[in-house]
Design a protein around this ligand. Structure first.
Ligand code: SAH
Ligand code: SF4
Length: 356
């Protein structure tokens, strides 16, 4: 019998697996709880499972999580873990704040989209991560943080990670199946039980998959826009040639319509002299207004994080503020992202899978 890594199982696959073992469906929930709610990987400690099931498990499954290679903490508390996954390395970033703790997870090794301002894109695409490698980043860090704080493993309500952003390395919607499997675990009451509001998936704009996500797992959506017109976007985010800006905005509109309480976040990386003039801001307002999305979106201005040989410069602070003001005056909700973890290369777009 082929051995199965339990971390690779989505909630549905837990049920199917238990069926295969000749067990009742409720066993799937129990097993899922032991692993993802309590972080227990020793079958002997799964006390509400029958002895015969524990024996079957010992013979047919194993638990293999990503292995921590490096653990760095920034002066601002941001923590970056580098994980070994098979022959590759990926990065995961923990951002503690007063009212929430966010984990930024990776979905691919490298990325095929190759946005000009992104260090992950420079690496090119290496491979998709499995469900176990995606959820494993949360599994390892959540229970590591609990242990560090001496929180009893099975105590309820002591969750360390309260928010998830799929904004690490890779394009989550180009690794759709594994990303959905991991998201279902993140949302499952028998696993991490996070609310949809606390889970954000960020995409460069893979239109057919945005529609699929709306139907299968409508979490919060962030779209990497970065440009106010199609020509400019084609240069900054090359996938735009396949999925043009106009159609992308329409897909965002459908996403909100599908689940009316949603608000789309547009990410906009501020690049000096490239996309940061008053004209770009005005063009952006007209794009939002024309597509009737102006009041149901938020624009998150991200100061460009530099990396070696990028040949790009971040807009000046004063420019970012003026840009934000123009947008705000039109009624758009705008935020300016604080740079976190810059000293350990944990900021957006600095994740390159290198150990410092
Ligand atoms: N591939 C997905 C998610 C990962 S990138 C996406 O593109 O949305 C996460 C965010 O970081 C995106 O908004 C991306 O545009 C932004 N980003 C990438 N490189 C950056 C850089 N050097 N400086 C600032 N933001 C960057
Ligand atoms: Fe890929 Fe996102 Fe980086 Fe673009 S910004 S190269 S889509 S990871």
């Amino acid at each position: 019998m082929k051995m199965t890594n339990l971390l690779d199982l989505s909630p549905l696959k837990f049920v199917n697996y238990c069926k295969e073992l000749g067990e009742m469906p409720f066993r799937a929930k129990q097993l899922q709880k032991w692993i993802h709610k309590f972080g227990v990987s020793d079958f002997n400690k799964m006390t509400d499972l029958s002895m015969s099931l524990r024996k079957k498990l010992k013979n047919s499954v194993y638990i293999k999580a990503p292995h921590i290679m490096s653990d760095q903490i920034s002066f601002d508390g941001t923590r970056k873990w580098i994980f070994h996954v098979k022959k590759n390395i990926i990065e995961t970033v923990f951002i503690p704040e007063k009212n929430r703790n966010t984990l930024c997870i990776s979905t691919q090794v490298g990325c095929a989209i190759n946005c000009i301002f992104c260090s992950t894109g420079r690496q090119g695409f290496v491979r998709n991560l499995t469900v176990g490698e995606i959820i494993g980043q949360l599994w390892v860090t959540e229970f590591k943080l609990r242990r560090e704080k001496n929180i009893k493993i099975n105590s309820q309500g002591k969750r360390q990670i309260t928010n998830i952003v799929m904004m690490g390395m890779g394009e989550p919607l180009l690794n759709y199946k594994s990303t959905i499997g991991a998201l279902k675990l993140i949302l499952s009451d028998h696993a991490y039980g996070l609310s949809r509001r606390h889970v954000i998936l960020s995409t460069s704009g893979i239109i057919p998959m945005i529609d699929k996500l709306a139907q299968e797992c409508p979490v919060e959506l962030a779209v990497s826009l970065h440009a106010s017109n199609n020509n400019l976007r084609n240069k900054l985010v090359p996938i735009s040639k396949k999925y043009p800006l106009k159609e992308l905005i329409l897909a965002c509109h459908r996403y909100i319509t599908y689940s009316p309480r949603h608000m789309i976040t547009f990410e906009y990386c501020m690049l000096h002299g490239i996309n940061d003039t008053d004209i770009h801001a005005i063009e952006l307002i007209s794009l939002m207004r024309k597509n009737k999305i102006l009041t149901s979106c938020k624009i998150n201005l991200i100061p460009f994080n530099c990396f070696p040989n990028s040949n790009l410069i971040c807009s000046k602070n004063s420019r970012i503020k003026i840009f934000a003001k123009i947008l705000m005056n039109s009624g758009i909700f705008v935020t300016i992202r604080k740079i976190r973890g810059n000293d350990i290369n944990a900021a957006c777009g600095q994740l390159s899978g290198k150990i410092l």
